[in-house]
Design a protein around this ligand. Structure first.
Ligand SMILES: Nc1ncnc2c1ncn2[C@@H]1O[C@H](COP(=O)(O)OP(=O)(O)OP(=O)(O)O)[C@@H](O)[C@H]1O
Ligand SMILES: [Mg+2]
Length: 261
């Protein structure tokens, strides 16, 4: 795989019964790229990233991922629980936080996959575990500061505005030190000003945390605003890949969305 790539998807296919949900799809995502995946309802977007994260095992195709330490992994050979360890994380459409915990504790939960020390030593508060906990806390605070919500760290997650909860969720995601973050319709449920905030946050994450972003989103303003390149699909097949401008001017994309020639 070329050195500048974070993810390479080649000839990806998966069928459910007779339905080809993803049909011989090829695209790649560069390091630090914000990459959009768009298409009408039922086009196969969610299925594509369920294949990338190995939630579904594709029928065909190669999925190469450049994770921690620039190491390239063939994702299709990895079990689903192993994917995050390589530096690939996804967020879910609904924010899932523990309301009864503080914001920083919710973020710290995201670091647990990385904990090297045994949980028992944490319970006993052995020096090594304490040092580790301190390190994670410092990292969590740095992330919260970057996202502009450090002043809320000790507040309970419950009762915070939705836009803040989205940031907390993102902070938790960043604790895994991802190389690629897959965002599943992050603007769903956000109002206009929250969506603008989200756009700023996504850019900042890319710039600050050195990771690529795969964005699946129906809000075309957001997609056109922040994506470096966009892949448009319909009926599981590639329509075209291009810059936001190229996508907007593309006839096949216009036809797929508007249903007219
Ligand atoms: N687990 C499944 N079993 C059977 N069919 C499925 C499954 N998952 C998806 N499909 C079908 O595959 C096609 C693609 O669905 P997918 O959810 O990937 O589309 P999408 O582009 O994410 O759509 P939306 O914009 O509505 O979220 C659809 O026809 C869907 O009904
Ligand atoms: Mg979907």
């Amino acid at each position: 795989m070329a050195e500048n790539l974070a993810l390479q998807v080649e000839n990806l296919s998966i069928a459910f019964g007779g339905l080809k949900a993803v049909d011989n799809l090829t695209f790649d995502i560069k390091k630090k790229e914000i990459f959009g995946l768009i298409g009408p309802n039922g086009a196969g977007k969610t299925t594509v990233f369920n294949c990338i994260t190995q939630f579904y095992k594709p029928d065909q195709g190669t999925l190469l991922f450049r994770g921690h330490g620039d190491e390239v992994t063939d994702l299709t050979t990895r079990p689903v629980h192993d994917i995050i360890r390589h530096g690939l994380v996804r967020t879910f459409q609904n924010v899932e936080l523990i309301r009864e915990l503080s914001i920083i504790d919710n973020v710290l939960i995201g670091g647990h996959i990385d904990y090297k020390t045994h949980t028992l030593s944490q319970a006993l508060q052995l020096p090594k575990a304490r040092a580790e906990e301190k390190r994670y806390r410092a990292e969590a605070e740095k992330i919260l500061e970057n996202l502009g919500i450090l002043d809320r760290k000790d507040m309970l997650a419950g009762g915070q505005p939705y836009g803040i909860l989205k940031k907390v969720e993102m902070a938790r995601t960043l604790m895994a030190r991802p190389k690629l973050i897959i965002l599943d319709e992050p603007a769903a449920g956000l109002n206009d000003s929250e969506t603008l905030e989200l756009a700023k946050m996504i850019r900042k994450i890319r710039d600050t945390f050195d990771c690529a972003i795969l964005l699946v989103e129906h809000d075309m303003r957001l997609v056109m605003d922040i994506c470096d390149r966009i892949c448009a699909i319909n009926f599981g097949k590639l329509l075209t890949i291009g810059t936001p401008k190229e996508i907007q001017q593309n006839k096949a994309v216009q036809t797929a969305y508007l249903g007219v020639d």
